[in-house]
Ligand binder design. Sequence first.
Ligand code: ADP
Ligand code: MG
Length: 326
Amino acid sequence: MTTKSREESVKVMARVRPMNSREISSNCVKCVHILSEQSLSIGEGTEERQFTFDFVFDESHSQQFIYETSSYDIVESVFQGYNGTIFAYGQTGCGKTHTMLGDPASETGRGVLPRCFFHCRAIQLGETGRQFLLRVSFLEIYNEQVFDLLTPGRERREVKEAPGTGVFVKDLAMLPASSLEEMLRLLDRGTKARAVAETAMNKESSRSHCIFTVHVEAADTPAGQPRFTASKLNLVDLAGSERSDRTHAQGDRLKEGAKINLSLTALGNVIKALVDGKAKHVPYRDSKLTRILQDSLGGNTRTLMLAAISPASDSFEETLSTLKFT
Ligand code: ADP
Ligand code: MG
């Protein structure tokens, strides 16, 4: 798929992480080669395949550069009233969480989420003509069930649909985030709730999707009349895309894997239908993930998919499937 066929509102970028010590010590070679800022190849000789992106990041690109190139414009447009969604996609260990979260406490290490918070605050403080109310929610989708990461006890929530409102998560906590510190604190609280549940249920975070949403309400008075607009920014850390038949999952793990793949497959189908532009039916209803994000994907919204990949030869199959997904 080339960038030319894509709708302006959907951008797909790739980030190739450095080889890790395990890959180096097991004598992996690099099977991914960056050809330009817009293209990369995988495989050698007659097996070689090339893929085009809106941008390809390599290990030399800083978290800040990645933010500015990929996410900055989306956050700006959220404050102009558009919904926006940023995903990280790829197999476990390829750099999704590093890209989305990174180390929030480190100026150079922080990822897309904390940088969005700084950016939101800067816009909020910098605009004098409009007033903004920011609230945040944080949910986890595990096994096609939705959990609220900002309530004590990580309560289960239902996805509902109402005329006029559309699809929403009933009773999901939406907490005011009136300062940068408060946003970071809520992010930290939800991340810890997720980790506690993992330990209790003997699972890893790589098996669940999570969506951190910044809800922006703006008020201004053009021509003396009060006007309100609402928009949201969804920041999504997806479950690992590896296939369960390769990780030899059985029983519950296998069922879980199938459900994770269901959400990812549904997301891939939705993105493909949107990119295609001509598809009459966009299959939002096929999974919890795509239902919840329905009003933030396609139409008058901005979407960014960041494909995180390992360059190592032993991830060849998974990387190829990540590249094909986008
Ligand atoms: P995922 O969330 O996709 O499972 P992680 O983001 O947790 O993967 O990354 C796995 C490990 O690789 C982490 O220790 C992370 O710090 C490291 N890592 C990932 N991407 C990069 C990168 N671009 N540069 C340096 N280290 C990275
Ligand atoms: Mg992760």
